[in-house]
Ligand binder design. Sequence first.
Ligand code: IMP
Length: 193
Amino acid sequence: MATVVVATGNPGKLTELKDYLQTLDWTLALKPQDLEVEETGKTFIENARMKASEVAIATQNWAIADDSGLSVMALGGAPGVYSARYGHSDADRINRVLRELGDEPDRRAEFVCAIALARPDGTIALETEGRCPGAILTAGQGVGGFGYDPIFYVRSQGKTFAEMTPTEKEKYSHRGIAFEQLLPALKQLEMDI
Ligand code: IMP
């Protein structure tokens, strides 16, 4: 059974990844705590590649990394790769997006999740980007989820991410879509690791 290091220090993310990758015969491990990886990329996929490569080289193991965020069309793609740093709290970040959008009629947005898998030498073996299209409401709706979930409305489901059950969000979210896209290639690769 191969060990794949998850390029995150966040145990919550490790649990989430284990869930998405439960059909694979891998042992997932957290990256060493003292190994800091900067997110200096201009795109989600650049950040995912960078994190996976650095952690793979440092640990001499296969490594998987993801990077995600919200992209609002009328804000030129913001908050984008700055999604986590757009304010000091979830409420702060939501209010900033709502303030910047104002009464702009074009409310189109998307959540993006980029995932990259690096070999022990740091080269990228697999990568993908999952996207979930939606619209930014003028006020939050729902209490589930985290981050920007209450203001992100998914038209095809008639609800926000914060109004979805965890199972629904897993299915329709950018992260769920990205893992679904990646899974067949990951299964194939499992034989070689
Ligand atoms: P990261 O992938 O952990 O760097 O996430 C970046 C940031 O994007 C998070 O801190 C959230 O603010 C936002 N984000 C990513 N995915 C979601 C989601 O599914 N719902 C709400 N916010 C999200």
